[in-house]
Design a protein around this ligand. Structure first.
Ligand code: ZN
Ligand code: ZN
Length: 342
């Protein structure tokens, strides 16, 4: 197997891992959760019996209880990427006389991103308790389809306000529940969705900026060396003009860590960019991830006999009041309840 095939396999693996972890961290009932249970089942044939129980316990602890592990992983990734950026790329770019402001932008984005990350992690998402349930009950009307009146949460012993959901990881009901995010180790609800969205947009901008600076550096190296005008001799002794595949291979062998990092941040930017678009769509239409996911279950009764893709959805989003009002609601949540630390 040649270098390029290995590099493509590496990129596909990184992409698949990021997609799985990103989506799984959002909704544990969804496809990746089924994927994870499928992996657990397959691994039960491979892992020895005495190791199966500790492995299942570890997976459960990782994804179904509040744990700082993903925060540590998140910080480790940022330290690794910024370590490489500061150690090699920054110095090389200075030698090539790149504008210093341009090179410092990733650090500014990192500082802003860390600020939103901390705010998202420590802000109470809107935990519903017996003392504050009255104010949350008045916040939204029950739509009678997804959210029904007079439903009690048996764990929290509170009446469930419309748009709330009990989070089994945090063990509490959350007002305007969006999802439980393992990366920030907190639920995303009415009071921290704005920080989550700003965190998501800044982390995407950060990954894209790093990819842009790194790609600009490698392009500059290629242009300055006039490499594209040269030729190479293959194993059979034949001469060929330098093409893009040869160039990627050459750059990888010359700057292995930088090309590796570029592959990672490009894939990360694409995945995060897609998730940003989806989150923006939800914000503009006043839907939570939880509601968007559940809405697909409410089908017209006369369609039950039809194939799943031919069925009509009867659920109607009653909370949308136009793009600007919906956006305002993200930054000024509907509830008189003051924010408190969990
Ligand atoms: Zn509850
Ligand atoms: Zn939670």
């Amino acid at each position: 197997m040649d270098f390029l095939s290995l590099f493509i396999i590496y990129l596909l693996l990184v992409l698949a891992s990021i997609v799985l972890v990103c989506i799984y961290s959002g909704r544990k009932e969804s496809f990746p959760a089924r994927g994870l249970s499928c992996i657990t089942q397959i691994s039960s044939f491979i892992i020895p019996t005495w190791l199966q129980r500790p492995t299942q316990r570890m997976l459960h602890r990782l994804f179904h209880t509040r744990s700082c592990l993903f925060i540590v992983l998140h910080l480790a990734l940022q330290v690794t990427i910024f370590g490489e950026y500061s150690w090699e790329i920054f110095g090389y770019c200075q030698e090539l006389e790149f504008d210093t402001h341009y090179l410092l932008l990733p650090y500014v984005l990192l500082a802003v991103n860390m600020g939103f990350f901390i705010l998202c992690s420590v802000t109470n998402p809107g935990t519903v308790t017996q003392s504050n349930q009255e104010s949350f009950l008045k916040a939204y009307a029950y739509d009678g389809v997804m959210f029904q009146k007079n439903i009690m949460c048996p764990t929290c012993n509170v009446e469930k306000p419309a748009r709330s959901k009990h989070c089994s990881v945090c063990n509490s009901c959350v007002h305007r529940f969006d999802h439980h995010c393992v990366w920030v180790n907190n639920c995303i609800g009415a009071f921290n969705i704005r920080y989550f969205l700003l965190y998501l947009f800044t982390v995407t901008a950060l990954a894209a900026d790093l990819a842009f600076v790194t790609a600009a550096f490698l392009i500059q190296v290629v242009l300055l060396s006039n490499m594209m005008l040269g030729s190479y001799i293959d194993d059979q002794g034949q001469e060929h003009a330098i093409d893009i595949l040869f160039l990627i291979q050459h750059l990888f062998l010359t700057f292995p860590r930088i090309v590796f990092m570029l592959g990672f941040v490009v894939v990360l930017s694409l995945v995060l960019g897609a998730y940003c678009c989806f989150s923006l769509y939800l914000a503009l239409t006043n839907q939570t991830s939880n509601e968007w996911y559940k809405s697909r279950r409410y089908e017209c009764s006369c369609c039950r006999a039809l194939e799943p893709h031919d069925r009509h959805i009867v659920y109607r989003n009653v909370y949308s009041q136009g793009v600007w009002v919906n956006l305002k609601e993200i930054f000024k949540p509907t509830s008189s309840e003051k924010k408190k630390k969990t």
